[in-house]
Write a protein that binds this ligand. Structure first.
Ligand SMILES: NC(=O)c1ccc[n+]([C@@H]2O[C@H](COP(=O)([O-])OP(=O)(O)OC[C@H]3O[C@@H](n4cnc5c(N)ncnc54)[C@H](OP(=O)(O)O)[C@@H]3O)[C@@H](O)[C@H]2O)c1
Length: 254
């Protein structure tokens, strides 16, 4: 019998250059993982993060990837699989928001949200599954949202539907991949201090309103979500799969 000892751990984070993805990269880096991450439009942020990780003694690989494009995902797979032998953790984090009301949503807006937030999770998972399988035991964490659980006063129906889709995807894939030693879970944040929701928290008055939605009377930091992602990804949660971990400060209303 051949026993393969894999002491080097690899994580791939989509949309890793800023916000929740960046905090997640740093969290895994502190735990000794080698970090693979993608960016979409902000190469400077990606370079800055790679520099920071390297200054922490962490190996970092990054490339541009549009998660909604099969061609771009396939290029991304080529890039990473020529650099890493297997993948222990995939974090499907990349996402975009829209805030239009139902009457104003066009088919183009609908398609672009579903393309990135839902089709992107499908495409990236499908492409990287063989690398995850090579690790033996592996884990996928999808970044959903409270908006996909309860609806939301800010995000559009397209966003809410995309995140509800991510939750359904998570639950079903967990059933399929469990017997193969791959766990699939999701986190569902409420408001988090990132560019995505900046316009809703950029004055003291707005911040107070958002805080009052949470029983902890605060707004999540990206690190709060990264901690939950890290928990679901590593062996501390070895018997948890198909779950959605709410990280919402005790959300009181939507
Ligand atoms: N912030 C919140 O309140 C909140 C709440 C619940 C859930 N979430 C979810 O958390 C995840 C991260 O959001 P965030 O708040 O950290 O947002 P963010 O700061 O706006 O970051 C979004 C990330 O997604 C990347 N991205 C955008 N379009 C992409 C595409 N087509 N292909 C690949 N990557 C793409 C961006 O890359 P570039 O920087 O290169 O453009 C960036 O890295 C999202 O899935 C979001 O829906 C956020």
């Amino acid at each position: 019998m051949v026993i393969v000892v894999m002491s080097v751990m690899y994580v791939l984070i989509t949309g890793g250059d800023r916000g929740i993805g960046r905090a997640t990269a740093i969290r895994f880096g502190r735990k000794g993982y080698n970090i693979c991450f993608t960016y979409y439009s902000r190469v400077k942020e990606a370079e800055e993060l790679a520099g920071l990780l390297e200054s922490m003694g962490v190996k970092a690989f990054f490339t541009r990837m549009d998660v909604g494009s099969p061609e771009s995902v396939s290029e991304g797979l080529k890039f990473f699989s020529s650099r890493i032998p297997y993948l222990n953790v995939l974090v499907n984090n990349a996402g975009i928001i829209s805030v239009n009301r139902f009457d104003d949503i066009t088919i183009d807006e609908w398609n672009s949200i579903i393309r990135v937030n839902l089709t992107g999770v499908y495409l990236v998972t499908k492409a990287f599954l063989p690398l995850l399988r090579k690790a033996g035991r592996a884990s996928i964490v999808n970044v959903a949202s409270l908006a996909g659980q309860t609806g939301n006063a800010v995000a559009s129906v397209a966003y809410c539907a995309s995140k509800a889709g991510v939750i359904g995807f998570t639950r079903r894939l967990a059933v399929e991949l469990g017997p193969k030693g791959i766990r699939v879970n999701a986190v569902a944040p409420s408001f988090v201090e990132t560019d995505m929701v900046r316009e809703f928290i950029n004055t003291e008055e707005k911040r107070e309103r958002v805080k009052s939605l949470h029983s902890l009377h605060d707004i999540a930091r990206p690190e709060d979500i990264a901690n939950a992602i890290y928990f679901l990804a590593n062996e501390d949660s070895r018997f948890i799969t198909g779950e959605v971990l709410s990280v919402n400060g005790g959300r009181l209303t939507c």
